[in-house]
Every structure is written in C-alpha cells, then in structure tokens.
Write a protein that binds this ligand. Structure first.
Ligand code: HEM
Length: 427
C-alpha cells in the first residue's frame, strides 16, 4: 500500500495503532523506533501522519496557519448512522471553541478572554485549593490507604474548575462520567455498539452544559470565566459568537479538570516509582515546581494533538499533501534524545524541563497551564509534608481510558502506616 504522498508504507507504520498495545502503555517509548527510523510516517489505521521528533512537533504547533487546529475536536472514529441520530436527538452541535478556531478569530477571542488566567487573578483559587486539599486529606490520613484518583485527584480539580468557570457545584458527579464519554467519543475507538451509549452520554452532557449556559445568559452578572465570556459575547458578538459559548461550555467542562486530574495522578505515579526523587521533594519542597515540569515532560496528561495541513508542505523532509491530517505526538517529542540530554532519565533537576510540549506551543498554547501547574504543586506540597512515608501498593497496572490523546491512571492505590504520620509523631 502507498501513503497519500505516493511513498510506500513501512511494516511498522502499517502496524501502528494508538488505541491499544505499546502506545497505550507508554506512547513516548512506543514511538522510539519512529524517532530513529521514520520520524514522520503515515498511519493507515487512523489516516493520520504521525509526527514524532521534538523539532517537528514544535514547528507544526508553531504554524497554526499552515497547520490548522480545526480538526482538534473531530471524532477520530467517525460515528455510525445510529450514533449520529442519537446525537441529533439531543441537538448536539459542537463547533469551534478556542482550541480548534482559526485566525484571525482565534486571537481576537483569546485576547478578549485572557484576563482571568493571569497569575494575579489565580491567587484566590490557590488558597481555596490548599484548603480543599487539606480537608480531603483529613478524610483518609488516619486510614492508612487510599485510591488517590477516586479519593482526591478526580474531585478537587473538578471543584476548582467549576469555581473558575462560575458553574454551580450541584451535579458535579455527573460531569465526571460525561467527561469520560466525551474523551471516548472524540479520541477513542469505540465499537458501533459502544458508540450508542457514549452518544447518549455526550448528548446529555451537551444538554446539561447548555442549561448551565442558559442560566448564565439569563443572569450574566456572576463571577467566573464563563460569565465573563457571556459578557464579552454581548459586547463583541462577532468575536465571541453564541455557537462558541455553547461549544466551549461543554468542552471546557471536561478540559478544565480531566487534564489536571490526570496530570496529577501521572506525577504521583512517576514520583512514587522514583522513590529517591520523592524523598528529595519531602526533604526540599522548593524543588517541587521543577519536579512538576519534569513530571509533565515524562508523563503528561495530553500525549498527542491534531492539526490539518492547509496547503501542500513538508514536515521533517516528508511531503504532506494539502488536507493531510497530522497526529503530533507530544509524548514522543518529550522523549526525543535530539532535544533532551538522557531523555529517558527522570531528573527533577533538569533545567530545561519546562520546554516540554505537554501544553502545546505557540498561538494556542494552553491558557490554563498555570492553573494546572498550581494545582499539581499544591497537591505535592501537601502530600510530601503530611504523608512522606506513603508508598504505591505493589503490583498495580496503569489502566488508561483507551484513546489517542488523554492519559492518566483510572486508579492509584497507596498505603502508609498512620502511626508514623508526621503530625502524630511531631504535632
Ligand atoms: C489548550 C493541555 C489544563 C484551558 C490546551 C492544549 C493542550 C492543553 C495540549 C492545546 C495547545 C495547542 O494547540 O498548542 C493541558 C494540560 C493541562 C491543561 C496538559 C493540565 C495539566 C487546562 C486548564 C484549563 C485549560 C485547567 C482551564 C481552566 C485551555 C484552553 C485552551 C487549552 C482554553 C485553548 C487555548 C487556545 O486554543 O488558544 N491545553 N491543559 N487547560 N487549554 Fe489546556
């Protein structure tokens, strides 16, 4: 078989699948062969050009005109007719948000909606975050064991996200299930059968998000980023149209917490498996911010993102025809020995760790990156102080939701001897 540029498809490229096997275990490691032998290859399984080297990933992110993000939220597995009918029944109409908008609309919108993300405006969330973390830890600190995903990491980022957005907390439990359906719907490979249930949940998610939005439109004086968005819509309806409000409300209700929950669980998984680094953080908490960056490099929660070529071009010397879709694998860029010294080593002292691609790069770089970083830092500060002797339960496997982009364990079991808690021995 030939790829769309007329070149033959290698055996390894033909065998590549991101939905199971090595990519699900460790996407950066799974593409090591490609970084060496075939850094940009066409995957017939998904119909995408897979981009694996750091410089290529960065240059694709950098040029959002030639490489449009318009397909970033497209279903990577097209819905069958029955699944489409279900979505239609709910009036599902996901269109452009921020992350998949083209210029010039994107920048105009981004500028209008940037203020709430500035560090000085995030301070109030920081103290709420710390209080919540302490309160949640109090519930299990004397128990001696926990599933950190279930007991804390899947909950607090959701609460903080709702505060940030201005969305009422009631019904939050439902949103976690909806976010899973949205991930599988957009980035997974569900069977026709599975698509039906997923579509019901995505449809309900859409309706729920729209009800929240309708309340905000009816009474737009509240506090929070989505209220601010509604007010900007009234002032600048062309730059912030109603279709944006509706699509963004649903997309951000997933993106603003799932990414951070997963990144935190990945960071704890990584650190507890690198015990010396964990103990160094317990000794020297000032190392935590750089450890957060190194965790985002080796174990990010978004491992691949998508772009479409708007013209004939080349990436890494490979011809890409106009309309070619690209899977740009950040997890692979983050392990590229051409950019990183000893890329496979986990090193909390690495001085350029923040050059990772986990938040994307360029015009669309994650607007919420400082919220994600702040939450990860506070979790680590509180846990290293109050549960430095915590250990991973042995023999666990990392179970991820099978999909191309979002990565994080569904469980994270830890244990400790409560008699040795520092606040008992040294109150
Ligand atoms: C965009 C990752 C947390 C809001 C993005 C992109 C990535 C990403 C990869 C696309 C970047 C690109 O195309 O260049 C992450 C990760 C997070 C995180 C790994 C946590 C560790 C958050 C949070 C929020 C948020 C907490 C909001 C509260 C956004 C928005 C965009 C975005 C609004 C669109 C920016 C644009 O297109 O201009 N994020 N994100 N993110 N993220 Fe995040």
């Amino acid at each position: 078989a030939l790829s769309p540029n007329g070149c033959p498809i290698s055996g390894r490229a033909a065998a590549f699948t991101p939905f199971n096997g090595p990519y699900q275990v460790d996407p950066g490691e799974a593409l090591k062969w490609a970084r060496e032998e075939e850094p940009v290859f066409f995957s017939p399984e998904i119909g995408y050009w897979v981009v694996t080297r750091y410089e290529d990933v960065k240059s694709v992110f950098r040029d959002n005109i030639l490489f449009s993000p318009s397909i970033a939220l497209e279903k990577i597995t097209p819905a069958g007719p029955e699944a489409q009918a279900i979505l239609q029944k709910y009036g599902f109409a996901m269109q452009r948000t921020m992350v998949n908008e083209d210029e010039p609309h994107h920048m105009e919108r981004r500028r209008l909606l940037l203020d709430d993300f500035l560090p000085e405006n995030l301070q109030k969330h920081e103290s709420a975050m710390r209080t919540l973390t302490r309160r949640y830890m109090d519930r299990f600190i004397d128990r001696g064991h926990a599933d950190l995903v279930e007991d804390i990491f899947s909950e607090i980022p959701l609460t903080i996200a709702l505060h940030f957005l201005g969305v009422p907390e009631k019904g939050a439990e439902q949103l976690r299930g909806f976010a899973v359906a949205h991930t599988l719907n957009t980035w997974g490979r569900p069977t026709q059968e599975e698509q039906l249930e997923i579509s019901e949940n995505v449809g309900r998610f859409w309706q729920t998000a729209n009800r929240v939005l309708d309340d905000m439109i009816a009474n737009p004086n509240g506090e929070g980023w989505m209220y601010e968005t509604v007010r900007q819509h009234f002032k600048h309806p062309d730059a912030v149209p109603e279709s944006y409000l509706r699509s963004m409300m649903m997309a951000i209700l997933a993106a603003a917490h799932e990414t951070t929950s997963n990144a935190t669980a990945n960071a704890f998984w990584t650190l507890l498996n690198n015990r010396e680094s964990w103990e160094e953080l317990c000794e020297t908490p000032s190392l935590i911010p750089s450890a957060v960056e190194e965790c985002l490099r080796v174990a990010g929660s978004i491992v691949a993102w998508r772009r479409i070529a708007t013209d004939d071009t080349t990436v890494g010397g490979v011809d890409i025809p106009k309309g070619g879709k690209l899977l740009i694998v950040q997890a692979s860029a983050n392990k590229d020995n051409r950019h990183w010294e000893n890329a496979d080593d986990f090193d909390i002292y690495r001085d350029n760790a923040s050059e990772h691609m986990t938040f994307g790069y360029g015009a669309h770089q994650c607007m919420g990156k400082n919220i994600g970083r702040m939450e990860m830092r506070i979790f680590l500060e509180e846990f290293t102080r109050r549960l430095p002797h915590m250990r991973l339960v042995k023999g666990q496997v990392f179970e991820n939701l099978p999909n191309v982009s979002f990565r994080g364990p569904s469980k994270l079991l830890v244990e400790w001897d409560p008699a040795l808690n520092p606040e008992k021995t040294d109150p």
